[in-house]
Design a protein around this ligand. Structure first.
Ligand code: SF4
Length: 242
């Protein structure tokens, strides 16, 4: 759907500059989702100059040769500014057949960072050797509206742990203690050193939508189970970035 350069606004690599490759479609329907549910787009929106929003519209499907030439041009024209390529969506693992072809080539240019909802473990197992960093969600029922994904998350994390992986859970004022405990138990069952990022939900006006004390209380609960629990809101929203 899109290729552009921006700042990573969430999670453990927050603040680093990345090239974002956004894929169409998702297998979930979270209530807070800000991704438009549209049919596969006829055109891919590709930024001409990194971060300058001078978009071109390239007919889909875009070839790997076109993407490689674009990203290589950025690498030679603006050396050193990008930390990695963020493969995002939607849920990018729905495009695993394409990624199986693309990731080995893209990874010759920059490390690969996967942003995923953390349930498609079979697809991940096919791609894991071509990925460096994984930002994996655990979907809490109170915020996402998704229920009963716990076993899927556990199976996914068992594979993801082979890479530099952290888990992200969106929280709000309705998030209950048992949800945080359940998420921590899943992480602890795999490796208690995996970082957990508690991400306060962002309201439509860009502000954080959780009471400060609630955030602290949920962190205190999680710290009883895990070594590394951080509160990081969606920082790119504060700056009006994509
Ligand atoms: S997993 Fe992400 S893209 Fe999919 S519905 Fe949830 S928030 Fe939206």
């Amino acid at each position: 759907m899109e290729l552009f350069s921006s700042i990573q606004g969430e999670g453990l690599l927050v603040g680093l500059r990345q090239i974002f490759l956004r894929f169409h479609g998702c297998n979930l329907a979270c209530v807070y989702c800000d991704t438009e549910r549209v049919s596969p787009p006829a055109h891919c929106t590709m930024e001409g100059t990194p971060g300058r929003r001078d978009f071109l519209h390239v007919e889909n499907p875009v070839s790997i040769e076109r993407v490689m030439s674009h990203v290589s041009g950025w690498q030679s024209g603006w050396p050193g500014i990008h930390h990695s390529i963020s493969i995002t969506g939607g849920e990018p693992l729905l495009s695993h057949e394409i990624l199986l072809e693309w990731l080995p080539e893209l990874r010759t240019l920059l490390p690969i960072y996967l942003e995923t909802n953390g349930v498609l473990s079979t697809e991940l197992s096919r791609l894991i050797d071509h990925i460096d960093h994984i930002s994996m969600d655990i979907k809490l029922p109170s915020t996402s509206g998704c229920t009963d994904l716990w076993t899927h998350h556990l199976n996914f994390l068992r594979i993801a742990v082979r890479k530099n992986t952290f888990v992200k859970a969106v929280i709000n004022d309705e998030t209950e203690d048992w949800e945080i405990i359940r998420a921590c138990e899943i992480i602890g069952e795999v490796d208690g050193k995996i970082p957990l990022i508690l991400q306060p939900v962002t309201l439509s006006d860009g502000k954080v939508g959780v009471a400060p004390l609630k955030v602290l209380e949920l962190q205190e609960i999680a710290c009883g189970y895990l070594e590394d629990v951080r509160i990081i809101p969606q920082t790119h929203k504060f700056m009006g970035q994509q």
